[in-house]
Design a protein around this ligand. Structure first.
Ligand code: AKB
Length: 317
């Protein structure tokens, strides 16, 4: 009998897209969506959904045993901006959830795990342009510390216990269906909503803050590509660098203004500026391209056109 897939953090920005695509690919009943709250109607109404606290190993164990789970996508986390406000909560959630799935895999209950890392693993001492896969990593944010430590544990559980864990360092993810929450790169989604709704945006990062970004479709493609890659092709078991595009708020505004010439922006950097300043401007993802064939499809122009079209078509705006 085919073992099923458990998605933890299924109502979030990336989790909800994974649920939709995996249900279509593998059959609705083979995907078990879980989250701490039933906060995404589409996820909850389109198949099996359960409330699950990722901090509880017993709740995860019970879901795995009841549903005959083989693969786990652990998408629950407190992101960078939220984690600065709630450091202890972020540490507890981000670390205990990872430890729970790693331990359950070590016990033999899980065959394969996906765990997202982030560009937040890098810090101010990291080379900023074309940041290499292997480089100085001294994160200065709570979120970055949890991801950096998490990467070390992933590598350890793979080397020591053979746990099949796969991970990528997501840049900022731009999507139109589900909004992100609590991140520093969230401006790049908010800006599209405000451009269409109000014609004006108050940006919390400065005009020239260049960050690595990616369209959701590319992020999902990367996630499924690494999960479907033969084990011998996944040579890095901490986490892979991944780049789609990189741009600044100023460049994104110019791209939106090609469609909406009246759109205006003001820049009022807040505490998130320091977080963004500690991260790379762009990423070198050669190992992901060479090892398991990663390639992105969407550049800034494509992302802008797709976001405006899809948001206009959806009932949201
Ligand atoms: C955040 O801004 O915290 C996230 C990330 C880059 O991991 N989007």
């Amino acid at each position: 009998m085919q073992r099923k897939t458990l998605i933890i953090g299924a109502c979030g920005q990336i989790g909800s897209e994974l649920v939709r695509i995996l249900r279509a690919q593998q059959g609705t009943d083979n995907i078990i969506a879980t989250d701490i709250k039933a906060s995404n109607r589409e996820v909850v109404d389109s198949g099996i959904f359960e409330i699950l606290d990722a901090k509880s190993r017993e709740e995860i164990r019970s879901a795995i045993e009841r549903h005959n789970i083989g693969t786990v996508y652990l998408m629950a986390a407190l992101l960078s901006a939220k984690a600065e406000q709630y450091p202890e909560k972020a540490w507890r959630l981000n670390m205990s959830s990872l430890f729970n799935v790693l331990e359950l895999a070590r016990e033999g209950l899980i065959n394969r795990i996906f765990w997202p890392s982030s560009i937040a693993v890098f810090g101010p001492t990291t080379p900023k342009v074309n940041t290499p896969q292997h480089t100085i990593m001294e994160p200065t944010t709570v979120y970055g510390i949890t991801k950096q430590v998490g990467e070390r544990w992933c590598d350890y559980y793979f080397s020591r216990y053979g746990v099949d864990i796969r991970s990528i360092r997501y840049p900022g993810i731009i999507s139109w269906r589900t909004a992100p929450g609590g991140g520093t790169t969230d401006y790049a989604v908010e800006i599209f909503h405000e451009a269409l709704e109000k014609g004006h945006y108050n940006c919390f990062l400065s005009e020239d803050t260049r960050l690595p970004m990616m369209f959701m479709d590319d992020a999902i493609k990367a996630t499924l590509d690494i999960m479907n890659a033969p084990s011998e092709d996944v040579l890095i078991r901490s986490s892979y660098n991944l780049e789609g595009v990189s741009f600044s708020p100023g460049e994104l505004v110019a791209s939106i203004q090609e469609h909406l010439p009246e759109f205006t922006v003001e820049y009022n950097p807040d505490f998130r500026q320091a977080i963004a300043d500690s991260w790379p401007n762009s990423i070198d993802d050669t190992p992901a391209r060479e090892h398991w064939g990663w390639d992105h499809n969407f550049n800034l122009k494509d992302i802008t056109a797709e976001m405006l079209t899809k948001l206009r078509q959806s009932s949201m705006i």
